[in-house]
Design a protein around this ligand. Structure first.
Ligand SMILES: Cc1ncc(C[n+]2csc(CCOP(=O)(O)OP(=O)(O)O)c2C)c(N)n1
Ligand code: SF4
Ligand SMILES: [Mg+2]
Length: 295
């Protein structure tokens, strides 16, 4: 049996290119959980597309066998929304980091939440800019000494991704920890199955540039939200979102089913762009001819 055949039998979503993340990087946990979740839910690789921005985390689609679009810094979500509106047959997953999503991509995050298009947004939150060697990010802890806060540490208050997502109207809001693989996979499965914009902030330690928020730091603090947490009550979600410090809750904070931009806009329902003929009819140009030239 070739490696390719073994891989396809074990998990067809594992890509042929080996990840170049540092040994122990938190992102491996999410990669395993996501590929396992997709296989368990019965998808085929050609039914899924992943978009990403720029960062160590945003290299994620390369390590899988699904369609991937490695976009510009902070632009994972607008590209994902474009795919979602163009081809309703694909399952869309946007992956990125904390710097990418909550920094340069912040505006897109809020507006993607408002549109509630059916897609999943997975953020690998390591509270640092990993790829660019350890500058502080929008989620870095106050006082954290980094190469861009070398003297007194970070002096800007960190963003709270959970309350931010709730405030923007996100219809599925969750947090998971890459060191708790079983729980992480179950959250990813729920997010992919959710009808609407599903957001998961994944605590994903950077073992090279963040020596503060380590696996052991999280293991001492994270706990799973129990059955007593009412996921249909946004106020309960907002209260739990404030917990960060001695105790850090993981799990689904809030979930609601509500119409998306597409459901409410008749022009987006009338035409399915992927089924439209390619080309510019008015000018008499057939785009197939152009594509053939490059094939
Ligand atoms: C327009 C633009 N500005 C800045 C950069 C430099 N840059 C590349 S990745 C990155 C931060 C990535 O941080 P994060 O999203 O947290 O990813 P991580 O590497 O931590 O996984 C920055 C600032 C860039 N590529 N493009
Ligand atoms: S630098 Fe950090 S985020 Fe990047 S691959 Fe290494 S451990 Fe992961
Ligand atoms: Mg980061």
């Amino acid at each position: 049996m070739s490696f390719k055949e073994v891989k396809e039998e074990i998990n067809p979503f594992i890509g042929e290119v080996k990840p170049n993340w540092c040994l122990g990087c938190g992102n491996y946990g999410l990669l395993t959980a996501t590929t396992n979740a997709l296989a368990k839910l019965g998808f085929k690789p050609n039914e899924v597309v992943m978009t990403s921005g720029i960062g160590c985390s945003s290299n994620f689609p390369h390590w899988t066998s699904v369609y991937g679009i490695h976009a510009l810094h902070g632009r994972s979500l607008p590209v994902a929304m474009g795919v979602r509106l163009t081809n309703p047959n694909l399952t869309v997953i946007a992956v990125s980091g904390d710097g990418d999503t909550y920094g340069i991509g912040m505006g897109h995050f809020i507006h993607a939440a408002r549109r509630n298009l059916d897609m999943t947004c997975l953020v690998m939150n390591n509270q640092i800019n990993g790829l660019t060697t350890g500058q502080y990010s929008p989620t870095s802890q106050l006082g954290h000494i980094t190469i861009t806060s070398p003297l007194n540490g970070v002096d800007e208050y960190p963003i709270n991704p959970i309350s931010l997502a709730l405030g923007a109207g996100t219809s599925f809001v969750a947090r998971a920890f890459s060191g708790n693989r079983k729980h992480l996979q179950s959250i990813i499965e729920q997010a992919i199955q959710h009808k609407g914009f599903a957001f998961v902030d994944v605590l994903s330690p950077c073992v090279t540039f963040n020596r503060l928020n380590t696996y052991s730091w999280f293991r001492e603090r994270v706990y799973e939200l129990g059955d007593d947490h009412d996921t249909s009550n946004i106020c309960d979600g907002l209260i739990k979102a404030q917990e960060w410090g001695e105790k850090i809750p993981i799990g689904v904070f809030y979930q609601i089913i509500k119409p998306s931009l597409k459901d409410m806009d008749p022009t987006l329902q009338e035409r399915v762009p992927v089924n439209e003929p390619l080309g510019f009819k008015a000018q008499g140009i057939d785009a197939h001819v152009i594509f053939e030239e490059f094939s």
